[in-house]
Write a protein that binds this ligand. Structure first.
Ligand SMILES: Nc1ncnc2c1ncn2[C@@H]1O[C@H](COP(=O)(O)OP(=O)(O)OP(=O)(O)O)[C@@H](O)[C@H]1O
Ligand SMILES: Nc1nc2c(ncn2[C@@H]2O[C@H](COP(=O)(O)O)[C@@H](O)[C@H]2O)c(=O)[nH]1
Length: 194
């Protein structure tokens, strides 16, 4: 089996993490690629080695020097995130396909790097107003951080056309059904040539 990569990208708050977690429950051939990041762990809701590998900026820089990343970004000022080559290898060696939750630039970098082995999915919020409300309801970010995420979202939405496909996350169940179909079609084995 040839391992594949499915990257979900979206402005913060559009719902990619929610969709990815639900897909992992539905499709056993998928495995989550755990990124390295330098931001602080969120209280009791996150675990090291499950949501992220939480590392220092020095450790992150060392990994850049070692060429350990497929791609990395300073997603927010001072907060670095990166996809580790070792994660993709671990998942493929285990006979599974890798699912990524990365920012918009990261999704495009993954597509460029893996070409037809990658499916780059853009998750779009129904509107910026809904996006802001979701971030407020999630209650994980300060008012300043929410403003920064909305500001960035305006820019990120202009990259939609460069993705393989868009899912509008309005009704969550419909968005998950759509994602499931896209992913199942993408990872289905090629029919044998007779
Ligand atoms: N279709 C939806 N309708 C209403 N609320 C939703 C929907 N999808 C996700 N949410 C909620 O919106 C919030 C943001 O979702 P989520 O954390 O998955 O976004 P994200 O794109 O992964 O953001 P980030 O990039 O910051 O991690 C969460 O509280 C989630 O429960
Ligand atoms: N380019 C990359 N972006 C990543 C990676 N891992 C996560 N992310 C994105 O960062 C933001 C912020 O996430 P949060 O957990 O702090 O809210 C979000 O858009 C993620 O998709 C990565 O390896 N590369």
């Amino acid at each position: 089996m040839q391992g594949k990569i499915i990257a979900f990208s979206a402005p913060s708050g559009a719902g990619k993490t929610t969709i990815v977690h639900r897909l992992l429950e539905r499709i056993p051939e998928l495995s989550f690629s755990i990124s390295a990041c330098t931001r602080d762990k969120r209280g009791r809701t996150e675990a090291n080695g499950k949501d992220y590998y939480f590392i220092s900026v020095q450790e992150f820089q060392e990994k850049i020097r070692q060429d350990a990343f497929v791609e990395w970004e300073e997603v927010y000022e001072g907060a670095f995130y990166g996809t580790l080559k070792s994660e993709i290898e671990r998942i493929w060696e285990g006979g599974e396909h890798a699912v990524l939750d990365v920012d918009v630039k990261g999704g495009l970098s993954i597509k460029e790097f893996y070409k037809e082995r990658a499916l780059a999915i853009f998750v779009k919020p129904p509107s910026l107003e809904v996006l802001e409300q979701r971030l407020r309801n999630r209650a994980t970010d300060s008012a300043a951080s929410i403003s920064a995420r909305i500001y960035k979202a305006n820019f990120e939405l202009t990259f939609e056309d460069r993705f393989d496909v868009t899912i509008v996350n309005d009704d969550l169940d419909k968005a998950i059904d759509q994602a499931e179909k896209l992913v199942r079609d993408f990872i289905a084995p090629e029919p044998a040539v007779v």
